[in-house]
Ligand binder design. Structure first.
Ligand SMILES: [Zn+2]
Length: 402
């Protein structure tokens, strides 16, 4: 699905039959049109296609090789814990790497101009335990369209376990969420494997929003994906190891992957600089145009860290990802330069943390603050969003490069 125009976005909204939940953005897309024109001209001017980059095909081969090699070594050859432990870390990291780099680009049609290539790449998510079909709805549609809008973006909904948005109710135990949530992040992949997809399939809902259950070929692929994953995670290892060992190593591998996935997401949207806007009470519409909403709710980090960027599929450039979902992530550093300049010109906020640690610290402070402030009776929390002065101690607004 493209976010390239209001036209496309309206189509996506219409396919979600949920009266009362329909949510439109301000239709003034002048900024978005100019930004898109400049980014496309920049890539074209340097002779770069938007997709099908050789670097991506090479990267895919490397990550899948590491994934299968560490899996085979762990299941078939590891004899002692000191051999198994580094392999579990490597395997967990490779699982997250498949998610960040291969399936994410594929699922967003950013990998190739060929639909079938994207589909195969997206299906690598099923290999590591998540349904790429459900992800299409949950991530590509709901999360990307309605970032940080409570009750619409299920990615910021931790239920009673945590309060990520000021719009969510505060519970007494949230006072400690800046401590205990770090211990829950590793569980997110396990929850996804064993519960999340199955719950969504049974209820026909993703968070508060309904989705179309898979049928025909989609259903066959979903079931096939689950069979492959459960065979890899449990079936095959059980042929060589006692059940306790299999469960323990499954848990460690998934904890590594889950922690990495959760952290990269949280640093993009759940930090002090990110905004959590809500639709206007009377019109039910979002005040800002869609592209500006993305910039208000999304934060880059460690843009100069090329090793990190390689490992996490360019998701340290989440701003660029959210604005240009269909451009391969290998181009994000170049796209970022155009976005930053254009934002400055149009007076649109652009948030970035200089380092990974700065992002983590900001996430920690945001959790502590939301856990401490009562939801009702207090003045609302100030948002980032670029209006008004930036909050003390936060690295916000466009940072000089280098
Ligand atoms: Zn995405």
């Amino acid at each position: 699905m493209s976010h390239g125009s209001t036209h496309h976005r309206d189509d996506a909204l219409r396919s979600v039959p949920h009266p009362g939940e329909r949510l439109a953005f301000n239709g003034d897309n002048a900024f978005q049109r100019e930004l898109r024109r400049r980014v496309e001209a920049d890539l074209r001017g340097r002779g770069r296609g938007q997709r099908d980059s050789a670097a991506m095909y090479a990267k895919t081969a490397i990550i899948l090789t590491v994934f299968f090699a560490s899996y085979v070594a762990l299941v078939l050859f590891a004899q002692a814990w000191w051999q198994a432990l580094p392999l579990t870390l490597l395997l967990g990291t490779a699982m997250a790497g498949i998610g960040f780099n291969i399936m994410h680009d594929g699922g967003h049609q950013a990998y190739s101009r060929h639909r079938w290539v994207n589909k195969i790449m997206a299906f690598t998510l099923d290999l590591v335990g998540g349904s790429s079909y459900i992800w299409q709805w949950k991530h590509a549609r709901y999360h990307h369209t309605y970032v940080n809008i409570a009750r619409h973006d299920s990615d910021i909904d931790l239920g009673v376990l945590g309060r990520l948005s000021p719009e969510q109710p505060r519970r007494p135990w949230h006072r400690f969420q800046h401590i205990y949530l770090w211990l829950l992040y590793p569980v997110t992949a396990i929850r996804w494997h064993l519960y999340g997809d199955f719950r969504d399939l049974l209820t026909g809902r993703i968070g508060a929003r309904p989705f179309k259950r898979p049928r025909g070929g989609d259903l066959v692929l979903l079931v096939l994906g689950k069979l492959v994953f459960f065979t890899l995670a449990f079936g095959l290892p059980l042929a060589f190891h006692p059940p306790g060992t299999v469960v323990l190593f499954y848990a460690i591998v998934s904890a590594v992957a889950g922690f990495l996935l959760a952290i990269v997401f949280q640093l993009a949207h759940v930090v002090e600089e990110a905004d959590f806007p809500q639709p206007d009470d009377t019109s039910g519409r979002m005040e800002t145009p869609w592209a500006i909403h993305q910039l208000q709710t999304t934060v880059d980090f460690a843009r100069d860290n090329r090793v990190l960027g390689w490992l996490i599929g360019g998701l340290n450039f989440q701003v660029e990802h959210h604005l240009f979902v269909r451009i391969s992530h290998v181009h994000y550093p170049a796209v970022a330069k155009v976005v930053e300049v254009t934002c400055r010109e149009f007076g649109v906020p652009y948030h970035a943390h200089r380092t990974l640690f700065a992002g983590i610290a900001s996430h920690y402070r945001w959790l502590r603050r939301l856990g401490a402030v009562p939801a009702a009776g207090e003045p609302p929390l100030p948002h980032g969003g670029g209006q008004g002065p930036s909050r003390a101690g936060s690295a916000t607004h466009a940072l000089p490069r280098g």
